[in-house]
Design a protein around this ligand. Structure first.
Ligand code: DGY
Length: 339
């Protein structure tokens, strides 16, 4: 029996590529930048499986041009880069890699929160620019994290790990989520609030909801106006959760104190984006999950999901498992040439 053809859209850390080499006819995009649209279209048209990243856009047109495609394995928790409805319509299984990155992303969320609260990047620039003349009682004063109120928007895997850390820091925790989490409320002394009230009460607001039609621009002009003038907004979720122009105005005018972003809209930001001129913005290039161990783990899980689906099993982390029946029939048909 021949091996299924698989396209992986970038080199990956850890052992995932070796594993795929053993079990598939592997095509690997070796460049640093993502494959351009034409390359992705060409490979999708020829392959049974794709291992994709959040930088690869899999829309209805691309899925329609992939007659043999059985599975798209996305190496990410989020899958807003994939038109899930179009994939389901074409009986293509979509899988993702949640859970294993929650702690790493929560660590980084706290790194950003602390960096903004205690103005660490500003302090670094201050020292390097030779402005440090003496210890000063009013130099680079920041805000306390302990005892402050943290508003967590979204209480999934990452939100829960952020709550655990905030509890350790002695913060008061309020949260907003699709569903109440009574056990976590008891464990971390958290209070559930409607979003508007959370924004009014919080000293720090951190976003951990998936990007969808409902959550796009969740934080816009109106929401920023509800926040305290001393508040700090942290986003390690997805850039489009926040209205970029409204955030710029709020930071520039002092409507909120500062922001710390790992994700932006678009990614990357243009080097002359006005946001980058602001001292009260801490920014990182979408690296919240970027620890050596976690990225290798994510890559391996994505490879395993891909192989499981090609072998006829529906991985635990399938985003559209409701298409199971139609998918099984389609999979057999699409792999017949290998038999
Ligand atoms: C995800 O998994 O969705 C992250 O944004 C990637 O780090």
């Amino acid at each position: 029996m021949g091996k299924p053809t698989v396209f992986v859209t970038r080199r990956l850390p850890g052992g995932a590529i070796d594993l795929l080499h053993q079990h598939t006819d592997l095509r690997l995009w070796e460049e640093e930048l993502p494959p351009p649209r034409e390359a992705l279209l060409r490979q999708a048209a020829a392959c049974h499986g794709l291992l994709t990243l959040l930088t690869d856009r899999l829309d209805a047109e691309l899925l329609a041009s992939a007659p043999n495609l059985v599975v798209v394995s996305n190496m990410a928790t989020g899958f807003d880069n994939i038109d899930l409805a179009a994939a389901s319509e074409r009986s293509v299984l979509v899988t993702r890699t949640p859970g294993i990155l929650s702690e790493t992303v929560a660590d980084f969320t706290f790194a950003l929160l602390l960096a903004a609260a205690r103005r660490i990047p500003e302090a670094d620039r201050y020292v390097r620019a030779g402005r440090w003349k003496t210890w000063g009682p009013s130099v680079l004063l920041g805000r306390d994290v302990y005892g402050a109120t943290l508003g967590i928007v979204g209480m999934g895997g990452v939100g829960t790990e952020v709550a655990k850390r905030a509890h350790g820091f002695g913060m008061r925790i309020v949260y907003h989520s699709r569903s109440r989490r009574p056990a976590l409320e008891r464990r971390y002394g958290m209070t559930y609030l409607p979003l508007n009230e959370l924004l009014r009460q919080s000293d720090f607001v951190t976003l951990h909801v998936p990007l969808s039609a409902e959550t796009r621009r969740l934080i816009g002009r109106r929401e920023l106006r509800l926040m305290k003038e001393t508040a700090i907004l942290v986003n390690t979720g997805r850039g489009p959760l926040v209205d970029r122009a409204a955030l710029y105005e709020a930071l520039k005018s002092g409507q909120i104190a500062s922001a710390a972003l790992d994700v932006t809209d678009p990614e990357p930001l243009s080097p002359d984006d006005p946001l980058l001129s602001l001292e009260n913005l801490v920014i990182a290039p979408h690296i919240a999950s970027a620890s050596l161990a976690t990225r290798a783990h994510m890559a391996m899980l994505a490879a395993e999901n891909l192989l499981a689906a090609l072998g006829g099993r529906i991985p635990k982390h399938a985003a559209n498992r409701e298409i199971a029946q139609a998918w099984r029939t389609a999979r057999r048909r699409r792999l017949t040439s290998l038999a």
